[in-house]
Design a binder for this molecule. Structure first.
Ligand SMILES: [Zn+2]
Length: 157
């Protein structure tokens, strides 16, 4: 979770609130103009109404921006949560050849067959990528340069 992102959001939210506050001030000024008892200055009233329209548009645009940003943030948090849950189904596993990979926990299989996943993809890209293969090495399905030694079969002469 990016904390800078939250800071940015709070800044945006205050700006939106500030813009609304400014519009509220303009509304008060316009009201005052019509409550003074005398004939209101229509030229000034027109200018103020125009300013109010602009302020409300600005506030509205900022609200849309804030709401979009909040939705994005909420989705980001949801994604993060889903990833943490998924990651929690795996445990670190040392192969017979001392390579480190992640292995599905037996009590977390949810009916899936036993399998291993790539620690590079998991930690760097937050991606669950299977590692497969039948020989001494298993290879990551996402990046073939991620290979892990599981066994050692001596050459037969
Ligand atoms: Zn990988």
């Amino acid at each position: 979770m990016e904390f800078a992102q939250i800071g940015e959001m709070i800044g945006l939210a205050s700006s939106a609130a500030g813009a609304t506050g400014k519009a509220a001030d303009t509304i008060q000024t316009i009201k005052g103009l019509f409550q003074s008892g005398s004939e209101p200055d229509t030229d000034q009233a027109a200018k103020l109404l125009n300013a109010l329209a602009t302020e409300l548009t600005a506030a509205n645009m900022m609200n849309v921006e804030v709401s979009t940003a909040l939705k994005a943030l909420s989705q980001e948090l949801y994604k993060q949560d889903e990833f943490e849950k998924e990651k929690g189904r795996y445990e670190l596993y040392r192969t017979r050849q001392n390579d480190m990979v992640f292995k599905l926990k037996t009590d977390q299989s949810n009916g899936q067959p036993d399998h291993f996943i790539c620690p590079v993809c998991l930690n760097r890209d937050k991606l669950v990528s299977f590692i497969v293969g039948e020989g001494d090495y298993k290879i990551c399905q996402t990046d073939r340069s991620h290979h892990f030694k599981f066994d050692y079969t001596p050459m037969q002469f």
